[in-house]
Design a protein around this ligand. Structure first.
Ligand code: ZN
Length: 114
């Protein structure tokens, strides 16, 4: 049983909970013997995935590639967005109401580093 944490906010992502997983491994090409690194799994909670996808492109080619993939997922189905809002409204519900601002805002995107 593995416990995953969101790479960005470090929230624990339980088994069966909604999240976005990125799988990554490296492999030599045209070199003998062929070598393959261990596969890494990187997880983001829905809120961070949506936030990242809606934010500006990150620095670095590798981050950029991951960002593109996350944007693909977030852009192709509203289900992930909905999951993010569910999580967010759960958090907002715990905060004292201001009574003035009824609008919801997406958390500002943070840095995106491996
Ligand atoms: Zn997160």
């Amino acid at each position: 049983m593995e416990h995953m944490h969101c790479l960005r906010c470090n929230r624990e992502i339980g088994v069966g909970q909604k999240s976005v997983a990125l799988y990554m491994f490296a492999q030599t090409v045209g070199v003998r013997p062929r070598q393959k690194s261990a596969a890494h799994r990187i997880s983001f909670c829905p809120q961070c995935a949506v936030s990242l996808a809606m934010g500006p492109p990150p620095e670095g080619a590798l981050n950029m590639a991951a960002w593109d993939m996350i944007r693909d997922l977030v852009g192709s189905d509203p289900a992930l967005n909905q999951a993010a809002w569910e999580t967010l409204s759960g958090v907002v519900g715990l905060l004292p109401a201001t009574g003035t601002d009824g609008t919801r805002s997406v958390p500002s995107p943070g840095s995106f580093e491996f």
